[in-house]
Design a protein around this ligand. Structure first.
Ligand SMILES: C[S@@+](CC[C@H](N)C(=O)[O-])C[C@H]1O[C@@H](n2cnc3c(N)ncnc32)[C@H](O)[C@@H]1O
Length: 210
C-alpha cells in the first residue's frame, strides 16, 4: 500500500519542476561523489526521483537507471525531460517505495530528499538493502529536521491539514546514520549541509544483514 500522498506531489509537481537547485555547491558535490563511484555497466535504481533532474545528470555514467516516483505528474515531467535530452537509458516507473518490487537487483540505489517523507523508514531501508547486490551502494540525502528545525513540529500538522505539506518526519542526522547501520549498511562517507541539516551519505550493503 502506498501510504504517502501521491495527490499532494501531483499537485506540486508543476512548481517543483521549475524550482532552481537551492544549494548548487552541495548539489554539485553530491553529483561528483556519486559519479566517482559509478561504472558504465551499473544498474541503478532511484527512488522518489521527482522530475528526474538527478537521474538525467547520472544517466551517461551508468548502463541503466530505473527512476521511480509515487507521483504520476513527477514521472511525466521526467519522461518529457529525458526525451528532450535524447536520453534513452532511464526507465521512469510510477510507484511508491512501498509498492515497488522487482526480481532484479541493483548496483546502486539512490534516495534523494525522500526518506524523511516516508512514514515507514525502517521498511524502506530494508527494501533498499534487499534490492541491492552484495556490496552495492546506497546513496541518500535526507533532510534532518529534528535538531535545528524542531520549532516546525507544531506547524507541519497544520500545513498538512490544509493540504500544504506532505507527511514529514523529524529525524536527526545521528539517528539517520544509526538507522542506516541497523539496516545492514556500512557508511563510507557522510556530511551535512544547509539550514535544514541535510545528511548526504554513501553506504555499502553489508551482506550478512537484511
Ligand atoms: C522532495 S521531492 C525530491 C525529488 C528528487 N529526489 C529531488 O531530490 O529533487 C520528494 C519526491 O518523493 C516522492 N515521494 C513521496 N513519497 C513517496 C513514496 N512513498 N514513494 C515514492 N516516491 C515518493 C514525491 O513524489 C517527490 O517527487
Amino acid at each position: 500500500m502506498t501510504v504517502n500522498s501521491a495527490e499532494f506531489w501531483d499537485r506540486v509537481a508543476p512548481d517543483y519542476s521549475k524550482q532552481p537547485i537551492s544549494d548548487t555547491e552541495s548539489y554539485a558535490r553530491k553529483l561528483a561523489a556519486t559519479q566517482a563511484l559509478m561504472r558504465p555497466d551499473m544498474q541503478v535504481l532511484e527512488l522518489g526521483c521527482g522530475t528526474g533532474s538527478t537521474a538525467l545528470e547520472h544517466a551517461r555514467h551508468v548502463a541503466h537507471i530505473d527512476a521511480t516516483d509515487v507521483s504520476a505528474a513527477m514521472i511525466a515531467f521526467g519522461r518529457e525531460k529525458a526525451e528532450d535530452a535524447g536520453i534513452d537509458n532511464i526507465r521512469f516507473i510510477q510507484s511508491g517505495v512501498e509498492d515497488f518490487d522487482t526480481d532484479g537487483t541493483y548496483d546502486m540505489v539512490l534516495a534523494l530528499n525522500l526518506l524523511h517523507l516516508l512514514p515507514d523508514r525502517t521498511a524502506a531501508l530494508a527494501k533498499i538493502h534487499r534490492l541491492l547486490k552484495p556490496g552495492g551502494l546506497f546513496v541518500s540525502s535526507t533532510v534532518c529536521l529534528a535538531v535545528r528545525m524542531w520549532f516546525l513540529r507544531p506547524v507541519i500538522p497544520v500545513l498538512q491539514w490544509i493540504g500544504k505539506a506532505p507527511y514529514v518526519s523529524f529525524v536527526s542526522a545521528n539517528n539517520m546514520l544509526s538507522e542506516v547501520a541497523t539496516a545492514g549498511f556500512e557508511t563510507q562517507e557522510h556530511w551535512t549541509h544547509g539550514r535544514a541539516n541535510s545528511l548526504f551519505l554513501i553506504a555499502a550493503k553489508v551482506d550478512a544483514i537484511g
